[in-house]
Design a binder for this molecule. Structure first.
Ligand code: PLP
Length: 391
């Protein structure tokens, strides 16, 4: 009998991938499926970025790179952060990682062990909890509430800190709710953290460029007082429609940087070289591709929110960021997971049940509006017909 570690009894996963597999299988069997489940832009990676990778391959960039990524890419990340957020970050604190997920994997490995506690948003990206529990640490949910505009509450977060707390994970703009936490609330969290100097913060800002209604993205990087304990997670997946390239970056405090480098050397060695050249082209090339994509998401956001609010017994708060709507379905008489499953099997619309993002996700389903307006309208019609038929 093979004796593997106990963590695998506790590790979870991302149900979005299971829904994608089911939706793909149904489509392959001839069903007409509209996929509002998966969280990835429906756009192609812009051509100049693809060309940069092709050129890198032709130019012979076929070997290992430094584990933390090639210097011109880390410099491009630093320049981009300065341009967007006004923050100064040394390329010596940036690591290029194979997708934003790897930053959370590393950060949670650095702080999680039995006896430790890690705070994470619930509903939130499911891998936070999964990885925390894998390490044996206690996963402590910070409730994210609709009545709060799906922003995290600084007071509630601070109140959950105990002497065992090692790491707090925050995410704004947020998956699955589209919530954006206002600056005043982030100010309050940062001010409160002064009382807990031994607690690290991981800020997942992968949707940082997807904000609407004139909101400005507030990065935790703007607070010098927590720089020595802040881990920033960001990347190319969402901003440049590059989910399959596996390109992310992390910014580490000095004392964690060497640990991150060693984890890279011990696992993936480096991110694939041509993708890193594509990453440079993305950051240094024209940015109108990002603005165009965000403007298109904004148009669809309005369509989806209006459509959802017109459905029987459904209400949907207007999401201020990312590309998700998180309608409240608690008055339909359905629990969220059976509803999501019935919508896929019966109505041919893939969505994700809120409980897949945590216990506080009951009563909601997540719809990704990374799909054409035509498909979104068709999906809304199907959901309406389904709810009317089954009520
Ligand atoms: N963080 C959040 C909140 C996400 O929603 C996702 C992807 O869905 C990630 C991180 C991971 O991004 P990547 O595909 O770059 O690993």
């Amino acid at each position: 009998m093979l004796k593997t570690i106990a963590g695998f009894d506790r590790i979870g996963e991302e149900n979005a991938f299971a829904v994608l597999a089911r939706a793909t299988a149904l489509a392959a069997s001839g069903r007409d499926i509209i996929n509002l489940g998966i969280g990835q832009p429906d756009f192609r990676t812009p051509e100049h970025i693809v060309e940069a990778a092709v050129k890198a391959l032709r130019d012979g960039h076929h070997g290992y790179t430094p584990a933390t990524g090639i210097l011109p890419l880390r410099e491009a990340v630093a320049a981009d952060i300065h341009r967007r957020l006004g923050a100064e970050v040394s390329p010596e604190r940036i690591t290029i990682v194979p997708g934003g997920k790897v930053t959370m994997f590393m950060a949670i490995l650095m702080f999680g062990e039995p006896g430790a506690e890690i705070l994470y948003p619930d509903p939130g990206f499911p891998i936070y909890r999964s990885m925390i529990e894998f390490t044996g640490a206690k996963a402590v949910p910070v409730p994210i509430r609709e009545e709060n505009g799906f922003a995290f509450s600084a007071d509630e977060t601070l109140a959950l800190i105990t002497p065992a707390t090692r790491l707090i994970i925050v995410n704004s703009p947020a998956n699955p709710t589209g919530g954006v936490t206002p600056k005043a609330e982030i100010d309050k969290l940062v001010a409160g953290l002064a009382r807990f100097p031994d607690v690290a913060i991981m800020s997942d800002e992968i949707y940082g460029q997807m904000v609407y209604d004139g909101e400005a993205h507030v990065s935790l990087l703007s607070y010098p007082e927590i720089r020595d304990r802040l881990i920033l997670l960001d990347g190319w997946s969402k901003t440049y429609a590059m989910t399959g390239w596996r390109m992310g970056f992390s910014i580490w405090p000095d004392r964690l940087y060497e640990m991150a480098r060693k984890l890279a050397v011990n696992s993936y060695s480096c991110v694939n070289a041509p993708a890193q050249f594509a990453g440079i082209a993305a950051l240094t090339g024209p940015q109108d591709c990002v603005a165009d994509m965000v403007a298109e998401f904004d148009r669809r956001r309005k369509v989806v929110v209006e459509g959802l609010n017109g459905l029987p017994d459904v209400t949907c708060a207007t999401p201020k960021g990312a590309f998700y709507a998180f309608p409240n379905i608690s008055k339909t008489g359905w629990k969220a997971k059976p509803l999501a499953s019935a919508l896929l099997e019966d109505a041919g619309v893939a969505t994700i049940g809120g409980p897949d993002f945590g216990v506080y996700g009951e009563g909601y389903i997540r719809l990704s509006y990374a799909n054409s307006t035509e498909n979104i309208l068709k999906a809304l019609d199907r959901i309406r017909a389904f709810l009317e038929r089954r009520n």
